[in-house]
Structure formats: structure tokens, C-alpha cells
Design a protein around this ligand. Structure first.
Ligand code: NAD
Length: 329
């Protein structure tokens, strides 16, 4: 452990907020960066930041990572030993209509972070990838060694591109990098464009909830506290030269619960917690979507002791408790 601040990008976002909070709770200073863009309500991002700002070891920087000079200056000033890069334009469906936002925030921004790490002797870059890199794969569970060269959304293509960009910098400059393929992370302070949050909003407003593929979807829902614990552990687990990555200090893990849930079951849990029945609108499959996700997490368990321990009913309960409190409903 070091007293030097860890850079957490996307710190006002869902996962970044929780990771920053975990690191602060462990006594580690954090510089949190975020552009506070309006992809979803910036008031939620501000509310998360307010919680982080209560800790004197937290410093916030509002900046757009796609801005090359700003990022270069920030890295030169702080010379971060560890970087947890979680900022991105997220969302599979949004990428169908807004591909440019993904080029800026997921490709240009990622390159700027890599350059910052390269020029300032960063000890370890941990970055977010996504289960969406598995595209239309049908072999389950998804394993890191499976093919990931047929993305079904531009979002997925940018996340796969990040893995390749990180691999090239790791090879060329010996930059240690760890990519995390997140599987449907959920919990308190969650993301308003994701299913659980959208469903809760619709149920409370007595609007129909939209179930694509006629509700026949399975997702490996992964609870946020299980994720933040393993991210914190991974920061200090700097990869050694990896024979499966052409001997670069580079690796990729799945971060999932290893237990796919029927979407209709999750809706039933939400209905129970909210005390209301959902009106269900059954719709066909959406472009860019996949029917099932299921993570093989053996490598992560072996290397970090990762053992996801939050059952879906507990996780949904915790989410609804937060939701009621935050929106006063
Ligand atoms: N939540 C999930 O289930 C999930 C699943 C797979 C992958 N991921 C990935 O994990 C990471 C975190 O996701 P999240 O759910 O917390 O999303 P989020 O949208 O809540 O957080 C991302 C944050 O990044 C910020 N940001 C976006 N573009 C930026 C830029 N150019 N410069 C600076 N800040 C910028 C946003 O303002 C936002 O606060 C993302 O990389 C996402 O693609 C998330």
C-alpha cells in the first residue's frame, strides 16, 4: 500500500463512486476524475461526489479525458502509481444512435490514459472492459480465452479495442495492465439506464416495463460490493509477464457472479420489494443485445480469492432500499 493517490476515472459514475469509496475506507488517498456529462441525470453524479467529498483524502477533478493536453498535464502533475480507469460512454443501446460519443470517450480518452501512464512510470493500470465483448457467443459460461472478435454493438467494439490498445502498450512499454470484463453490475447508487433502475422507475410511475426478447433473457447480475472488493485487491496485484499475453505484463479477467438470473425472476423480486405489480410489455429482441451472459470466474477466484457472496434477492432489496431513500418514494 502507498500514500500516493490512486487515480479513479469515472469517480462520479456508478462503479467509480463505489470503488473510490472503498479505497477511501481503506485509508488510501484518491483523485477522482469525471466530466459529469449528462448521459444520465448529473444530479445523481453530484450526489455521489458529495459523499466522496466528505473524506478529506478525496480530491475531485472535473475534466474530459478526451482532451489530450488536460490529461497529459494531470498525469505529469500527480505521477499516479496506480490508475483505475472506469470512465467511459457506457450503454449498448445508446451506441447504436450515438457512435461518436463512444469514439471520444472510449477510444481517444483511453489512448490519453495509456499515454499518461506510459510517460509517468505508472505501476499498474486497471481498466473496465465489458461482458459485451463476447458478442454473439453461445458457449457458456463465457471464458476469457473464448473468441471476442464478433461484437454485436459499437460499444462492445470499443471495449474490445481497449483491451487491444492496453495489450499493445503493455508489450511496447512494459506497462502492467489489468482489464476487467464486468457482467451487469447492480446495486445502490446504480445506473439509471440499466434494467433494474429502468424497471423500478416504470413500476413506481405505473408505466409498462419493456421486456425484450419477450422476457426470455438471462443476465449474470453482479452485486457492486463484490466488485469493489476485488478491484481494490487487484490494484496491488501487479501482473507479471503473462505467457497467454505474448509475455507482456497484461491480463484480462471476467468479473461476474457466475450465476445467470432470469430477467423475469428479477422483475418478480422488484415487484415484491416495491409492493407493486409491473405492467409488462413484451417486445422482440433489440439490435445490439444478447440473450444470456454467464461469467467463468475461475481465474479471478484463483488469483484474488474472489467469492461473490451477495444473492440476487439481497442485492435487489439493498437497491430498492437505496432507491426509496434517494427518491423519497
Ligand atoms: N455497470 C455495468 O454493469 C457495466 C458493465 C460492463 C462494463 N461497464 C464499464 O464499467 C465502467 C463504469 O461503468 P458505470 O456503470 O459506472 O457507468 P457510469 O456511466 O455510471 O460511469 C461512467 C462515468 O464516466 C464519466 N465519463 C464518461 N465519459 C467521460 C470522459 N470523456 N471524460 C471523463 N469522464 C467521463 C461519466 O460522466 C460517468 O460518471 C465503464 O467503463 C463501463 O463501460 C459497466
Amino acid at each position: 500500500m502507498t500514500d500516493q493517490a490512486i487515480l479513479v476515472t469515472g469517480a462520479a459514475g456508478f462503479i467509480g463512486f463505489h470503488v473510490a469509496r472503498q479505497l477511501l475506507a481503506e485509508g488510501r488517498p484518491v483523485v477522482g476524475l469525471d466530466s459529469l456529462n449528462s448521459y444520465y441525470d448529473p444530479a445523481l453524479k453530484q450526489a455521489r461526489l458529495q459523499r466522496l467529498a466528505a473524506d478529506s483524502r478525496f480530491t475531485f477533478v472535473q475534466a474530459d479525458l478526451a482532451d489530450r493536453e488536460t490529461v497529459a498535464a494531470l498525469f505529469a502533475r500527480h505521477r499516479f502509481a496506480s490508475v483505475v480507469h472506469l470512465a467511459a460512454q457506457a450503454g449498448v443501446r445508446h451506441s447504436i444512435d450515438h457512435p461518436q460519443a463512444y469514439a471520444d470517450s472510449n477510444l481517444q480518452a483511453f489512448l490519453n490514459v495509456l499515454e499518461g501512464c506510459r510517460h509517468n512510470s505508472c505501476r499498474h493500470l486497471v481498466y473496465a472492459s465489458s461482458s459485451s465483448v463476447y458478442g454473439a457467443n453461445t458457449k457458456l459460461p463465457f471464458a476469457v480465452a473464448d473468441r471476442t472478435d464478433h461484437p454485436v454493438s459499437f460499444y462492445a467494439a470499443t471495449k474490445k479495442a481497449n483491451e487491444l490498445m492496453a495489450q499493445s502498450y503493455s508489450h511496447l512499454y512494459r506497462l502492467p495492465v489489468t482489464g476487467l470484463r464486468f457482467f451487469t453490475i447492480y446495486g445502490p447508487w446504480g445506473r439509471p439506464d440499466m434494467a433494474l433502475f429502468l424497471f423500478a422507475d416504470a413500476i413506481m410511475a405505473r408505466r409498462p416495463i419493456r421486456l425484450f426478447n419477450h422476457g426470455k433473457m438471462r443476465r449474470d447480475f453482479t452485486y457492486i460490493d463484490d466488485v469493489t472488493r476485488v478491484v481494490s485487491t487487484l490494484i496491488d496485484l501487479v501482473p507479471a509477464d503473462n505467457p497467454s499475453a505474448a509475455n507482456a505484463p497484461s491480463r484480462v479477467y471476467n468479473v461476474g457472479n457466475h450465476r445467470p438470473e432470469e430477467l423475469t425472476h428479477v422483475v418478480a423480486l422488484l415487484e415484491r420489494e416495491l409492493g407493486r405489480t409491473a405492467v409488462k410489455e413484451l417486445l422482440p429482441m433489440q439490435p445490439g443485445d444478447v440473450v444470456e451472459t454467464f461469467a467463468d470466474v475461475e481465474d479471478l477466484m484463483r488469483d484474488t480469492g474472489f467469492a461473490p457472496s451477495t444473492p440476487i434477492d439481497v442485492g435487489v432489496h439493498n437497491f430498492v432500499t437505496w432507491y426509496r431513500d434517494y427518491f423519497e418514494v
